[in-house]
Design a protein around this ligand. Structure first.
Ligand code: B1M
Length: 215
């Protein structure tokens, strides 16, 4: 268990944009053999959520949001790099994952990708702002088992529906399982558009992928 004071300070580093201290905390937790995902889930993520909340209420502005996101992105990279890689065991299944077209939010998607890789899945990460057709084409090209998409904006969630429709149109719907996520996305939305699974967070994504692939 990580000390409550460390978790509180981690949250604060995101809100107050203290990049050096945020990296120090991440490295300290990793160096002490503690769980960096706990630091992420109970420290840094609450911090960026509070920033989002303040931004949404007009109490904080875009330049600050951008700086907090930069700190968040940096510590995400530090933590992701510390997660065990199980490339050798990567026979459990493969995914193509992207943040949908029109959406540049990729911090959560990168956490999902790292955790899936750490659990032995092969992930083809197409990045962010990725066109629907390209997501489908890449899935066909690499013969993926699952197509996963992340959407953080209410205006870009519709791209996840577009993927379901594109797959159907191409006669490919039965070839792939689909999983969706992102802050405004819900299980209800997944059911509505016909996605095979919804994951609330990165840990849940691993659970749902396991279920989809039966392993
Ligand atoms: Co933006 N943004 N943003 N933003 N941003 C939100 C999403 C917003 C809710 C903030 C707010 O107003 N309260 C709001 C959306 C409102 C809406 O749609 N109703 C918003 C807005 C408005 C905008 C802009 C339009 C602002 C502007 O320019 N005026 C703009 C849009 C740009 C675009 O995409 N076209 C914009 C820009 C940005 C930054 C670039 C500054 C930055 C992103 C940087 C980056 O990602 N590289 C940013 C950030 C950081 C946020 C908030 C504050 C935090 C997002 C985040 O990283 N969360 C966000 C507020 C919020 O969500 N609370 C906000 C932490 C991350 C770990 O969580 O991404 O949810 P999350 O991922 C989780 C789960 O959702 C899940 O697992 C992850 C790990 O636990 N998950 C999956 C995610 N993907 C998954 C996929 C899966 C499974 C699970 O399977 C495939």
């Amino acid at each position: 268990m990580i000390d409550e004071g460390i978790l509180k300070e981690a949250k604060e580093t995101i809100i107050a944009q203290k990049k050096d201290r945020a990296v120090e905390l991440a490295e300290k937790v990793i160096g002490e053999g503690l769980d960096p995902m706990e630091l992420m889930t109970s420290g840094f993520i609450p911090g960026i959520n509070e920033v989002g909340d303040l931004f949404g209420r007009g109490l904080l502005f875009l330049p600050e949001l951008v700086q907090s996101a930069d700190v968040m992105k940096t510590v995400t990279d530090v933590i992701n790099a510390s997660l065990p890689s199980q490339e050798a065991a990567a026979k459990k299944g493969s995914l193509v994952i992207a943040t949908v077209k029109g959406d540049v939010h990729d911090i959560g998607k990168c956490i999902v990708v790292s955790l899936l890789q750490a659990n032995g899945y092969t992930v083809h990460d197409l990045g962010r702002d990725v066109d629907t057709d390209r997501i489908i084409e890449e899935a066909v090209k690499v013969d993926a088992d699952i197509i996963g998409t992340s959407a953080l904006l209410t205006t870009t969630m519709t791209r996840q529906k577009e993927i379901e429709e594109g797959l159907k149109r191409a006669g490919l719907r039965d070839k792939f399982k689909t999983i969706i996520g992102g802050a405004p996305v819900t299980a209800r939305w997944a059911a509505k558009i016909g996605s095979d699974a919804y994951a609330e967070d990165a840990q849940d994504a691993v659970v749902k992928v396991k279920e989809l692939l039966g392993n």
